[in-house]
Design a protein around this ligand. Structure first.
Ligand SMILES: [Zn+2]
Length: 327
């Protein structure tokens, strides 16, 4: 996916979440900060404040304020000083302290309070720690965007509390540990043998289990310092795991959309896994547009069901809901 496509996809995702009332409080935008990252903000932020019916109109007073970087409900912080660090700040007018205070205030114009931290990976440990509290207990109607080129240098506790948006990444998405095994799994493709198909469901389940463990370890590690009780930790692990699972399933869905495009004979453009043309062509062979579309629909339904049912039914839902081939 090109950088421009990834920005458009991320903006569309944010608008969708906004419309569904499901915006996260914290977003970690991973990619080139001052190009793709700032483009994303310029495209999305007006949507939050625009007063027109069709948002963003680009013309109303609010849209113009956002575009001019003069909106009183948006605060942008970036590294200062020679060391180019983001610090906690001496007082409430500086650094992360300023962010924490700003975001806790009632919106001036509203309906949102937005803080943007550019080069968030330049936060020192004290700054990240101070921000963590806000990420854990975000004030209502608050939104935090952390933009970072190397998010891996942020503490895992911060990363785990943000939803990730990858920009300008290579096709196939970011660098999460599940990407490689998932790609391997996707290349093999759906099976017609029911036994093989259930083995595949099990393999996907194992990839997800590994992620759940990773999330649980990170949260437990974080909780050691914070003295949180077990229920709080479990709730956080659950929420974080479901977010990871949603990203993973989206990667799976995008693969099947690619296959559909290939069945339709599309040759260039719009592919999420452009480098996987050979494997996708193999899977596309023998499919009709209707059956390739059915795979996509099936996965969309699976994603919905997984959201509706408790985690305990996950493996059963995977077993029944993955694309498969007729014998
Ligand atoms: Zn507007």
């Amino acid at each position: 996916m090109s950088a421009a496509d990834s920005v458009a996809a991320a903006v569309a995702q944010l608008r969708q979440s906004l419309a569904a009332g499901r915006l996260a409080h914290g977003y970690l935008v991973h990619g080139p900060v001052r190009t793709a990252g700032c483009r994303l903000l310029a495209d999305f932020l007006p949507t939050l404040f625009c007063q027109a019916q069709d948002k963003p109109c680009g013309e109303c007073a609010e849209c113009r304020r956002v575009a001019a970087h003069e909106h009183p409900d948006i605060l942008t912080l970036e590294p200062e000083s020679k060391a180019r660090m983001i610090t906690i700040g001496e007082d409430e007018n500086e650094g992360i302290r300023k962010v924490v205070r700003f975001i806790s205030l009632t919106p001036f114009i509203g309906p949102w309070k937005v803080c943007v931290i550019l080069d968030a990976d330049r936060m020192n440990a004290a700054a990240a720690n101070a921000l963590l509290k806000t990420l854990e207990e975000p004030p209502p109607a608050s939104l935090l965007f952390l933009l970072a080129e190397s998010p891996q240098s942020l503490p895992p506790t911060v990363i785990s509390r943000c939803q990730r948006l990858a920009l300008g990444a290579e096709e196939g998405g970011g660098d999460e540990p599940w990407r490689a095994p998932l790609l391997e799994w996707l290349r093999a493709g759906p099976a017609s043998d029911p036994l093989l198909q259930s083995v595949r469901a099990g393999q996907l389940g194992a990839i997800l289990d590994a992620e759940r463990e990773r999330v649980a370890e990170a949260e437990e590690e974080a909780a050691k310092d914070e003295g949180q009780d077990k229920l709080v930790i479990a709730a956080r692990v659950g929420a974080r795991y479901r977010a990871v699972r949603a990203t993973l399933l989206k990667a799976l869905l995008l693969w099947h959309r690619d296959v559909l495009l290939r069945v339709l004979g599309v040759e260039t453009g719009g592919f999420h896994y452009a480098a996987e043309a050979a494997a996708q062509q193999r899977q596309a062979a023998g499919l009709t547009p209707a059956s390739a579309l059915a795979d996509v629909r099936r996965l969309e339904k699976l994603v919905q069901r997984l959201d509706q049912f408790p985690e305990a039914s996950e493996s059963a839902l995977l077993g029944a809901g993955l694309p498969q081939r007729a014998k």
